[in-house]
Write a protein that binds this ligand. Sequence first.
Ligand code: ADP
Ligand code: MG
Length: 770
Amino acid sequence: VMASVTHLQKEKLRLQEELLELQGKLAAQENNELSLSLQLQGQVETLKAKLLEQAQEISRLRSELGGTDVEKHRDLLAAENERLRQEMKACEGELRELRRQQQAPCRDCPHLQENARLQEQLSQLQREAEETRAKLVELDLEVQQKTNRLAEVELRLKDSLAERAEEEERLSRRLRDSQETIASLKSQPQQIKYIIKTVEVESAKAKQALCETQSRNQYLQEQVGMQKQVLKEMEQQLQNSQKTEAQLRAQIMMYEAELERAHGQMLEEMQAMEEEKNHAIEEAFSRAQVEMKAVHENLAGVRTNLLTLQPALRTLTHDYNSLKRQVRDFPLLLQETLRSARAEISQAIEEVHSTNRELLRKYRRELQLRKKCHNELVRLKGNIRVFGRVRPITKEDGEGPEAANAVTFDAEDDAVLHLLHKGKQVSFELDKVFPPQASQEEVFQEVQALVTSCIDGYNVCIFAYGQTGAGKTYTMEGTAANPGINQRALQLLFSEVRSKAADWDYTITVSAAEIYNEALRDLLGKEPQEKLEIKLCPDGSGQLYVPGLTEFRVQSVEDINKVFEFGHIKRVTECTNLNEHSSRSHALLIVTVRGLDRSTGLRTTGKLNLVDLAGSERVGRSGAEGSRLREAQHINKSLSALGDVIYALRSRQGHVPFRNSKLTYLLQDSLSGDSKTLMMVQVSPAEKNTSETLCSLKFAERVRSVELGPVSRKAELGSWPSQEHLEVLKTLLGDSSGSAAPPGRGHASPSPGQLSSRSASIRRKLQTSG
Ligand code: ADP
Ligand code: MG
């Protein structure tokens, strides 16, 4: 027992120690629990404070972002939106109104483009506003969602806070129980062991509960953290949405401003357009007024015109009616008038006819008179004229004293020529003398009056006389560059004929002949060797003609050239030595001009004989024989016969020896009567030719001397006083006494004494009358 007592004691000791230890431990645990409860209380306190803080925060948040605020904001936005919508609608209405107003008058307006642009801008702005509106609705939705979530979180937070309060309540209750237990244990040591054991058991439980509480606390804290996190996120989101809202608001404001601006611009433009429209309308109105005024004036003018025209119309109608009447009567009147007119016309025609007849008669008489006057003038000047032409010294004359010039002229008198022959000067007086320097033109000027008289029906003869080489051919034919009388005469005839073509029809024919050894040959005929005969015309007119002599009708200078060429060719082919031959034969160009006066029917015929005579040199005297002698004899015979004829004509002899040579016989009708003759005596001025020159000039003087003598001059003036001639003179002089005069175209002339005194008086009167 002792052992057991000891043991129990020991045991009691150990238990006591253990109790002490437990008490210590308990005290420590109490301390611990106290500190823990304090700590927990502190924690609860802080949690409470935090909870409060959070509740405050939530309430603050709610007040700040609470459902009501968001709603308010949303409502505000919606109201704003509604206002904007209404404004837009009003704008659209205005726009429509404006469009309606402007559409019709301003179709071509230049502002149409601007308007379209503005409308485009407006529609874009509307689109943007629509988008903004959609975004706003989205944001509203988001805010709603967030508000819902916030409400949920708050609910959960409330739950967790309630749970926590419950837990705390339970813990404090257990703490209190534990303290009571510890106090009872202290008061009841016996029970302590048990209580300790219970405590030991319960402390483990308490420990576990504490642990649980702690984990719970931790969980709650985590929950709070999470909630905080969520809260933070929401805050962030809220901030974001606020920012977006501000942005949107700014954008809306911008859009509004832009809309305002566009609206203002549109209004301005509309106003400008309106003004323009008004201006245009005003202008058009004023223009229309002006036009209207003009139209009114026109109308008034037309009215007055109409008023003035009415009487005119009345008179016109009246006139028309009277005209109508006249027209009706016109055929009768016309017939009447025609009858009287016809009678008048026939009377007038009759009168004109008789006047014409009278005029024609007068004209014929005048023509005759003119011819007579002309004749008289020519007769006074001399029917036969003798010119001298001195050729220049040529190379052919050689050099030295033989080629010296032996001819001189009188500066005062162009009809005088001096020849120095064998030391003695012999002077000759002709009708005119051409010095060596005289041109073809000058020579022709002196003969052209003769040529034109051929057109009036006169016969003309122009002879070139002189020794071979004295210039006969040069004067008559000339050279191609400087043509002589032949070509110039024909040219003149053509131009004269052309100038008279209105009244006269002229034909000009040409014949060319040659007289060699008293044989007449046709230079234009087919058989030039044939000898032609000169015969009397069988009609008894006493005219001569040459049967078979070719006549070419010429119409131009070209024709004449052809004729000359043809004649030359004939002459060349027919003889062996042309120069020799031509100097031994006479060459004749016979131009016949036949005219018909169309008004009177008067016919004229004139002949122009252009004769290049054979050389006048005295061959026979130098003892030539045979054919040369015969030639010389023939030439001498024909030339002296020509001289005799001319002399007889000039001295008005009763008998003119035409028949002594072929030449004079052929030219009979051209030398006698009213014919005009010109002898061109060609001389060489060379010293060696002086004796021939002397002969030629003596011949010329012999031909001419008849005229120079006073008796023959009288005879000349008193000769050929035909009946017509005397009549002319009578009319010219107003003398009635000269009626008794013998007629005569022939060569029978009255005795010179019969008319000499009258001629003298005529001459005096002519001289005084100029
Ligand atoms: P004819 O016919 O008298 O024998 P031409 O007429 O043949 O003489 O003349 C002889 C030469 O003298 C020719 O060479 C001619 O050209 C020349 N002759 C004649 N007269 C003149 C003149 N007036 N002027 C210039 N040369 C002339
Ligand atoms: Mg000659």
